[in-house]
Design a protein around this ligand. Structure first.
Ligand code: HEC
Length: 226
């Protein structure tokens, strides 16, 4: 006995409806987002990343950093991200328009990195963290990325490496050896330092400042902006 339920048309309709809701609708809403010019500074946001930072983004992806770190700050009403110091505002779609692919992450074993470049400006500290996380946080559960470094005997007769690239760390950790970051480690750190999503533009202006702004530039202009 054949069912009278028209399975195939219903199935096709369900797939088409999901495609419209998950792909077409968000694309119509957000697909045309452009960078904005910050009026106070004249800088374009989000800034274009350097070639080295783009290489670093690929290394970040290939090493799976996004499986333990998110890059999205929730609004103050939806969690303590801002109170924790992970950003001074929530992240918005415009923050990611230069990312290919977008690496939002979904699990937070480690801190959110959306604004890492705002709170950490020391490249040497980041390199050391990648080589030996426990040198920064003694009981860190972050894995070591030693494959991004060359460990080789230090020049004879010197207890400390004179190579300007060598990691500066407790010499008892690797007596007689120096640890040199490879180009991949340096590119990854350039990418990490570029992670900043703190510029204020209209869609993320604090409410009280937005009212002030509206009274200066006029409601029409404010409404015309996204
Ligand atoms: C298995 C989970 C895990 C993975 C994978 C991982 N991390 Fe972490 N990470 C952590 C944890 C947990 C912390 C917090 C403890 C600490 O500071 O070491 C952390 C801390 C950090 C911090 C310091 C953040 C801050 O707010 O100061 C940085 C930077 C970082 N990780 C970068 C990376 C990068 C880059 C990668 C990929 C190469 C990576 N992590 C992969 C778990 C992970």
């Amino acid at each position: 006995m054949t069912s009278r339920f028209p399975f195939l048309p219903c199935f096709a309709l369900a797939v088409a409806a999901s495609w419209v809701v998950v792909v077409v609708w968000p694309h119509l809403q957000l697909g045309g987002l452009e960078p904005v010019t910050i009026e106070e500074t004249g800088a374009v946001y989000p800034p274009i990343r350097s070639g080295e930072a783009l290489v670093g983004a690929e290394i970040y992806r290939s090493l799976g950093c996004q499986y333990c770190h998110t890059r999205q700050v929730r609004p103050g009403t939806m969690g303590g991200d801002i109170a924790r110091g992970w950003g001074k505002r929530r992240t918005v779609a415009r923050d990611y328009i230069r990312d290919q692919p977008v690496m939002l992450g979904s699990v937070r074993f480690g801190p959110d990195l959306a604004n890492l470049g705002c709170r950490e400006t020391n490249a040497a500290a980041l390199l050391l963290r990648l080589y030996k996380p426990s040198a920064i946080v003694p009981l860190s559960t972050m894995p070591s990325y030693g494959q991004l470094f060359d460990v080789r005997p230090a020049p004879r007769g010197s207890s400390d490496s004179h190579n300007p690239l060598a990691l500066r760390m407790d010499s008892s950790a690797n007596p007689g050896f120096e640890v040199i970051p490879r180009a991949e480690a340096r590119a990854l750190v350039v990418y990490l330092l570029s992670l900043k999503a703190d510029e204020l533009f209209l869609e993320v202006y604090p409410r009280e400042d937005l009212q002030k702004l509206n009274s200066v530039i006029g409601m029409d202009k404010a409404r015309a902006l996204p």
